[in-house]
Every structure is written in C-alpha cells, then in structure tokens.
Design a protein around this ligand. Structure first.
Ligand code: URA
Length: 204
C-alpha cells in the first residue's frame, strides 16, 4: 500500500474510534492533512471550533499565523503534514486529558511511521510534553534534539503554539525566530547524515 492509502486507512479508523468519549461531542474527526511524503510533520494539540466544523487541522486564526510563517520560509501546506495529538475536539477547547492522549496516541504513532519525516515540529506544550514529558516550553523551544520514542528515532523541534503567539508579543517574536531557523535545521540534518561514518560491519 502507498503512503496515501495507508494514511487514509488510519483516517478511516479515527472516524470509527470510540476509545474515549470525545467522539460523542465532536462534529467531525480531524485526522491530519498534508503531503504523505513530507519532510516536516507539525503536531498541534487538538482541533478547535473551526477544525471540528471542517475536519481540517489549523484552519482558524492560529492556522492563519502558521500559514504566514510557512510562507516566509517558502513552504505551503502541501509541502508539510500537519496533525494533532487529539483527533477529536475537546468540549469548549479544554485541555486534553491523559486518558484521551493515551487513547489517541496510536494514531499519531502510525502516522509518523508512515510518513517518516526528517523532523517533527511540536506546537505548544502538550505536543512537546507528548515526546518530552518533563520539558518546559520556555526553555526547550527552538532547540532541535534527537530522541528515541517507542523505538522510533525522531528529530524533534519544539516551538510555541501559534495560538499562544497570538496572545503574547514576546511569544510571537520567539515563534517567528524559531520558525525562521527551520530550513537551516533541516539542512544541518542532511549534512549530519552525509558526514556520519558508514556503519561498522560486525566481523563475528
Ligand atoms: N490548535 C491546535 O492545536 N490544533 C488545531 O488543529 C487547531 C488549533
């Protein structure tokens, strides 16, 4: 099966999911959207009102800020993949609960396994803490790091959530600064890969 079909299969399973109660209050599931061959996978927290209405991630005000930041580095939505930790909207946009994150995480895991991005950009503390449970966003944003997550090697680049950037000028400044470094971080990864010594064959 190609990546697109595999992602559609995951989306179909998300539609049927009843592993937590959020499906009862949501209008539509928001499985994620974008390029199955993307090098960058953005992860937000959970769908909000407009995402719940449309089934598409980041279509509200935070999404517009994200689009303009992408444009500044020469990227469009169709170049990236974007999804959320939770695939159904929590009522009144309340914070995700641990049991909901646990129930939903296999979907994100499978999406990451299918797309195999070069870099995972987390937006906001919930997405960052999903991979780095004890990290603080004020200290960790804008720093890429290699992590091993359930057997997957991931390069993580935590950023502030665009909704937080819309509420606070200093956060907006950091958000834009971190964003502008993204192309350089990806180029650095390519260099790292080229320069890595070939794997030693074991003789015995
Ligand atoms: N905020 C998120 O974290 N995700 C969305 O899809 C929209 C807003």
């Amino acid at each position: 099966m190609d990546k697109k079909s595999e992602l559609l299969k995951v989306a179909e399973e998300i539609k049927q999911c009843k592993k937590c109660s959020l499906y009862k209050t949501a209008t539509n599931p928001v499985p994620g959207a974008g390029n199955p061959d993307a090098e960058i996978f953005f992860i937000g927290e959970a769908p909000g009102y407009y995402e719940d209405q449309s089934g598409i991630p980041f279509v509200g005000r935070a999404g517009k800020l994200l689009d303009s930041a992408l444009l500044e580095i020469g990227l469009k939505r169709s170049d990236i993949f974007i999804g959320n930790i939770l695939k159904h909207r929590p009522p009144n946009n309340r914070d995700p609960e641990p049991n909901e994150i646990k129930a939903c995480s296999p979907f994100l895991y499978r999406q990451l396994m299918i797309i195999k991005p070069k870099i995972v950009v987390t937006l906001g503390r919930f997405a960052m803490n999903f991979f780095l449970p004890s990290a603080f966003i004020s200290k960790t944003h804008g720093k890429s790091q290699h992590i091993s997550w359930f057997g997957m090697d991931i390069v993580l680049f935590p950023m502030y959530h665009p909704a937080a950037a819309l509420r606070n000028g200093k956060v907006l400044e950091d958000f834009r600064k971190d964003f502008s470094r993204l192309p350089e971080v990806i180029k650095g990864l390519d260099r790292e890969k080229k320069e890595a010594p070939p794997k030693q064959e074991t003789l015995f």
